[in-house]
Design a protein around this ligand. Structure first.
Ligand SMILES: [Zn+2]
Length: 679
């Protein structure tokens, strides 16, 4: 479930994980952990012409996208290795044994139930009948709010999103949060754009909705009419939604108001009924990300016949339950979301999907076992040492900036000093003891896990902020900076090759995990993060002049990346990806500074490459990735990260240090005359 936060992940492209080099087990694995790989290079390419294909060319040729993937890169390789470990844990946990502890029973039974396709097929739609009946029995519009609350509790994303979160302007307070939602396509623009690709996707989406309704028991004619009604309904929601670029601006999604003000925006929707039914604690004020959307809800309640509401809610319920419904549903769900939207040819094996669902639904129960099996104290200590080196380098960088005045520099250094870091896994594990997991009820397990999560989030309203909490599970191959916590977070899953090796020179590790750490630190100072102060409050700590200088420099990135084309007619959106691109550029620069601070005079070549060259090769190689055209189109429309090729080229083009390391001449593609530089 998407949560209303502005946590900024390094990449969204990966889940789950394997054999840490910090691993104490898995000696039996045949292939062993991968090594830093110079055979991945393509030396026929001039690094100054196309550094990405120089660093990754041979890897790209040897690693086509597998049939069951949309993209395939180094993140996926690592996620696959991590998933193998989770698989072993779950296969073991699924074996019925009197000696299983409570956690093992939960993850084991969840996984086993999910895996049993035969039983799922045999039951048909029976497990969903109570929820379907709830929608069918809606007698008048006054009941809509209560019904939506029941759907939200089990994780169905109908109409809008409601949860908790830190107050942007008082980071010590947790308040209620309302956000737009309720769409079946990935973003509002999919409903509104008129280019042929968008029109084609909408037609295929409507056909998909009709087929799902037909599978759920409707007659073909009825299902087509209903799909049209759903398109109309969701298009109205899309029109009332804020666009992705505007959503990056915290001021544009911050409207704290009292409950009566919310009710005044949409009197036709029974808010008190909703809040009570969803199980929210009593509260006074709520952040409404985009008040216009609340008015859209009012219009929908007033203007949409009850029959269409039933249709829309049924679609949302079936859609959200599809992974745990019989094969025809999962197949149809795959056909649209993975095949049409992302170009994937084949469905992943069931066990891989079930491992991922266990990670999503019981992440810290499974993650605890994963950490016990893989992550040693050494891993934490070595990562902390690198974080120290990176923080020191960012401090030096800030002090040296020629465009920033001393007052703002001082505030920036205060913010940097206040950043806290979390490495590997939570100090306190989530307690799932109240979630009932049964070996023969996969859909119910998922519903109950969602219910637990929804209530866990809502229970935070009015309580002190829990700073120990994680937003990613330990096996995740990813990392994030949280502007309201002002902290950086590195799950155990990413602290492995190709990001971190125990047996290589510093240059390689600083180009890998060093760059990742630098990236997350820089998020505290990107277009979004820079608007929050050292305490995580949305509060301007810049002088006007410095802010002006900063915005101008950021505009340089926005222009640079907007020029990158991924497919005919599809370009990177420089404004949507601004924060990530800023973080990539700043991250690489300070990681290199930290490397040079660390190695001092030890500049000996290894395998024929200088430390600087090895740093850039390692950086380039973490981003080696093949992708299908559809996946790239989806990515640039919806994702705040640039495609990997441009995460490499976009950065080295801006670095004189790169151009010097590879003796590039001014004017060559990787050494443009106008380079961008913020941090
Ligand atoms: Zn990021």
């Amino acid at each position: 479930m998407f949560k209303f936060t502005i946590v900024i992940p390094l990449t969204v492209c990966a889940l789950v994980a394997q054999t840490a080099l910090f691993a104490q087990t898995n000696a039996s694995r045949v292939s062993g952990p991968p090594q830093f790989d110079l055979t991945a290079l393509d030396k026929s390419v001039d690094p100054c012409t196309d550094f990405y294909h120089y660093a990754c060319g041979t890897w790209l040729k040897k690693n086509p996208v597998p049939a069951d993937q949309a993209m395939w890169g180094r993140f996926n390789e690592l996620a696959d290795r991590n998933r193998d470990i989770l698989h072993e844990i779950l296969e073991q946990a699924a074996k019925p044994a009197a000696s299983r502890d409570a956690t093992t029973q939960k993850i084991g039974d969840y996984y086993a139930a999910c895996l049993d396709e035969k039983a799922i097929d045999a039951k048909g739609l029976a497990p969903l009948q109570p929820q379907l009946a709830g929608i069918r029995n809606l007698k008048d519009k006054a009941q809509i709010a209560g019904e939506i609350a029941r759907l939200h509790e089990i994780g169905v994303g109908a109409l809008f999103q409601f949860s908790s979160g830190q107050d942007f302007k008082d980071s010590n307070a947790v308040i209620a949060q309302f956000d737009q939602g309720g769409l079946g396509l990935p973003d509002r623009d999919y409903y509104l754009k008129d280019d042929p690709k968008s029109v084609e996707i909408r037609q295929k989406y409507a056909a998909h909705v009709a087929r799902m309704l037909e599978l759920a028991g409707e007659k073909p004619d009825q299902s087509k009419a209903d799909a049209d009604a759903i398109m109309k309904f969701e298009t109205a929601l899309a029109k009332g939604s804020l666009d992705l670029v505007s959503r990056r601006d915290p001021e544009k999604v911050y409207h704290r108001m009292g409950k009566p003000e919310l009710a005044a925006l949409s009197p036709a929707f029974h808010w008190n009924e909703y809040f009570t039914s969803v199980g929210a604690p009593a509260f006074e004020s709520i952040n409404v990300s985009y008040p216009e959307f609340v008015k859209t809800i009012n219009a929908a309640v007033e203007g949409t016949p009850l029959a269409d509401w039933r249709t829309y809610l049924t679609w949302q319920l079936v859609h959200s339950s599809a992974p745990f419904l019989p094969t025809p549903f999962t197949q149809e769900n795959f056909n649209f979301y993975a095949k049409t939207l992302a170009g994937t040819e084949a469905m992943r094996p069931r066990w891989k999907r079930c491992v991922d669902f266990t990670d999503q639904d019981l992440g810290e129960a499974l993650g605890k076992k994963y950490v016990e099996k893989t992550f040693g104290a050494e891993g934490k200590a070595r990562t902390l040492k690198m974080v120290d080196a990176l923080e020191k380098a960012l401090g030096q960088d800030i002090e040296k900036l020629d465009w920033m005045t001393p007052a703002t520099k001082q505030a920036a250094l205060v913010k940097l000093k206040a950043i806290t870091n979390k490495i590997g896994y939570p100090d306190r594990w989530r307690d799932y003891s109240s979630v009932a997991i049964k070996p023969d009820d996969p859909l119910g397990n998922s519903f109950r896990a969602n219910e637990f999560e929804v209530h866990r989030e809502l229970d935070k309203i009015g309580k002190p902020v829990d700073r120990l909490e994680w937003q990613m599970t330990p096996p995740t191959v990813n990392a994030y900076y949280d502007p309201q916590m002002n902290n950086i977070n590195f799950p155990a899953g990413i602290l492995q090759p190709p990001f971190f090796y125990t047996n290589v020179d510093d240059a390689v590790n600083f180009g890998g995990i060093g760059m990742v750490i630098g990236h997350e630190l820089t998020h505290g100072f990107d277009d979004q993060g820079s608007q929050f102060d050292a305490h995580g409050n949305l509060k301007n700590w810049w002088t006007d002049k410095d802010n002006e200088e900063f915005r101008q420099r950021e505009a340089c990135f926005a222009d640079e990346y907007s020029g990158f084309s991924v497919a005919p007619g599809a370009f990177v959106n420089g404004k949507l990806t601004l924060g990530e691109n800023t973080a990539d550029n700043g991250g690489a620069r300070i990681a290199l500074m930290a490397l040079l601070n660390t190695i001092g005079n030890n500049t000996a070549k290894i395998d024929g490459y200088t430390p600087e060259q090895r740093f850039f090769l390692s950086f380039g190689q973490i981003w080696c990735e093949n992708a299908r055209e559809e996946a790239l189109r989806l990515l640039v429309q919806t994702n705040e990260h640039s495609p990997p090729e441009f995460r490499v080229k976009g950065v080295v083009e801006n670095m004189p240090e790169f151009q010097k390391a590879f003796s590039c001449k001014p004017g060559q593609p990787m050494a443009p005359v106008h380079a961008c530089h913020v941090w």
